[in-house]
Design a binder for this molecule. Structure first.
Ligand code: SF4
Ligand code: SF4
Length: 376
């Protein structure tokens, strides 16, 4: 699952990755008062970490503009197992064991060798991996930005403090509805306590992604969730879930109204990217150059590099064998699935290079069976 950083692309999934452009921030939205927001525990330390994180993100953007030969972001899966069973999702199972730590560390080292700037941990549910802190610490040991996409269920104060110590930079939690139902248990009612814990203890940036589409019964819930996120001092994004058949479907009337309202909470300079989002909402084709396999890598639990979560098997090369030649080849390879792609995190990463290097090869990856389409 893919999704948001504000100045630099951040971690990606709907419990997916951060985004440069699909966000709203606290200053522009009416505050949702409950009187239950605790003061953060370490405000000075938190501000210092936020300032240094921002400098590192700006350096990442600068490096991406200067060099085309490294991945800007990789998403890596340490555990395919998930403790939940959202009906729209098939990026999880109930049987997989966590990838052993030494193997995870080797894969992080390989991503660093390739020059990857941002490494986002997803799953399944990454917090079910017992040694996740060491994976995060390894990312930071290499000086890279560390992100995570989680359903948040396993967060507790001590776990949050461990993530602080490991050096996590960004966390994204996707909240699908207010009350749990048969589609999703990622609900504000269940997770609000976890959000308050994050507010009090987390030194890292937190983004809350709410969604419309994909069988979510009440689109209005997204507005309540977004307002609550902003009230707690987090950023908020809105994503679109598409059905798992790989086809774009236009949003319904109420879904579209909610989506437009939340996207209007903050103006963005990424007008081109907003056009991407608009076309996705309308189920219209987009004209863009997908740089998956080059600027964005998806590394599955078996350690293979894929274009993205929806195109697993392409190119399907072990990360330990991935080379700069692979990056150069995929950079100039046009993907046949691009016009109707819903993977916004790859849109965002690819936008860095939109103005340069036309693609002269082509590949038409087929349908990856059984994969979820979640747009961030
Ligand atoms: S089942 Fe739900 S919580 Fe688990 S990975 Fe899928 S979307 Fe995330
Ligand atoms: S265009 Fe295809 S390969 Fe690129 S992100 Fe979209 S689905 Fe994945």
């Amino acid at each position: 699952m893919s999704q948001q950083f504000q100045s630099a692309p951040a971690p990606v999934r709907t419990d997916t990755a951060p985004s440069v452009a699909s966000s709203a921030t606290a200053a522009s939205v009416p505050v949702f008062k409950t009187g239950r927001v605790p003061a953060p525990k370490y405000p000075v330390r938190r501000r210092w970490k936020a300032a240094t994180r921002r400098i590192r993100e700006l350096a990442t953007v600068g490096h991406a503009l200067l060099s085309k030969n490294h991945p800007v972001m990789a998403q890596i899966v340490p555990a395919r197992f998930c403790n939940l069973s959202c009906t729209y999702c098939n990026e999880y199972d109930k049987v997989s064991e966590p990838t052993p730590l030494p193997e995870m560390l080797r894969r992080i080292d390989e991503l660093a060798r390739l020059g990857t700037s941002i490494i986002t941990i997803s799953g399944g549910e990454p917090l079910t991996h017992p040694e996740l802190d060491e994976v995060i610490a390894r990312i930071r040991h290499h000086g890279r930005i560390a992100g995570m996409i989680t359903n948040g269920y396993l967060l507790m104060p001590d776990r949050i403090e461990r993530l602080n110590r490991a050096g996590l930079d960004h966390m994204q939690i996707s909240i699908d509805n207010i009350m749990p139902d048969e589609t999703s248990k990622k609900s504000l009612k269940v997770l609000d306590r976890k959000l308050e814990m994050l507010r009090e203890y987390a030194d890292f940036h937190v983004n809350i992604n709410s969604v419309v589409g994909g069988g979510i019964s009440n689109p209005q819930d997204a507005i309540t969730i977004g307002r609550r996120a902003i009230e707690l001092g987090f950023t908020s994004t809105i994503g679109i879930i598409h059905d798992g058949d790989g086809q774009l479907k236009p949003l319904g009337g109420e879904e579209r109204r909610v989506w437009a309202e939340m996207r209007g909470w903050k103006k963005t300079n990424y007008s081109k990217f907003n056009k991407f989002q608009e076309a996705i909402a309308n189920a219209e084709p987009n004209d863009w150059r997908c740089r998956a396999g080059a600027r964005y890598l998806y590394v599955c639990e078996d350690g293979l590099v894929h274009y993205c979560s929806q195109k697993r098997g392409f190119p399907g090369i072990p990360v330990a064998e991935y080379t700069k030649a692979d990056i150069k080849r995929e950079y100039i390879t046009e993907k046949g699935c691009a016009p109707h792609c819903t993977v916004s995190c790859v849109h965002q990463i690819s936008y860095i290079d939109h103005w340069r290097s036309p693609q002269t090869r082509s590949n038409h990856p087929g349908v990856s069976e059984g994969l979820v389409n979640i747009e961030l």
